[in-house]
Design a protein around this ligand. Sequence first.
Ligand code: KIV
Length: 262
Amino acid sequence: MKITEFKQRKKSKKKISMITCYDYTFARIIDSSNIDTILIGDSGTMVMHGNPSTVHATVDEITLMIKGVATGIQSEKLIIGDMPFLSYRRGIKYAMRTVNKFIKAGANAVKLEGVTGNKKVIKHIIGSGVPVIGHIGLTPQSINSLGNYCIQGKGKEDAAKLLGEANQIAEMGCIALVLECIPSDLAKEITETIDIPTIGIGAGRFTDGQVLVLQDMLGMYKDISPKFVRQYLKGFELMSNALNNFHNDVQSLDFPNKQESF
Ligand code: KIV
């Protein structure tokens, strides 16, 4: 999916599929699929490195992930780099250094969380020829002030605030907007109000597209599965079984056999 297709998709009502990815191996698999667009999310610091929240993500960490993913993508899939915690709050110069690293590593666009205090930097990035994707609702980089990962925009006032922010993001020229963990009625209202595509995660079925964390939808965790995730594979079980099969074959001297030996 090309950058120019974003607005067309909204008009044609053909939904956008977005998936997170953090490495070359999975990028090769995604490249062979029909998925439209790839997000190197700051969630990568949790998924790949076991950190407890996204505030631990660093610019170098995400840059390395973008490089791996971009190397694995040969088809026309938009690659989006997620700007880590504080990387766009330390002034335009610092933000642009991050954007430069991401683009050089192979990203085609960047995403950042929130609107308040970010307008100048968003406009500057867009003005520099780099597409920006907004992200409102639950913004995990603000976990320390939010207190927990709960649904946002439930009350009238909060809903109106989010609608206002969505309008600002569209007016600034962002190419799309991620809506995370908000009521589906509010996501519907936002989607019908703004002229750029909305991509939902835990935001119901009325958004213009959906995004999921790859490892969540592949069922790679035994115990964690948020309500809004659909598991398309029992990844944990399948891989754990494969490892045990290998272990057993080693024990029983079944592996390696004649064909697998020199
Ligand atoms: O980092 C991430 O995975 C994200 C998605 C939840 C949209 O920002």
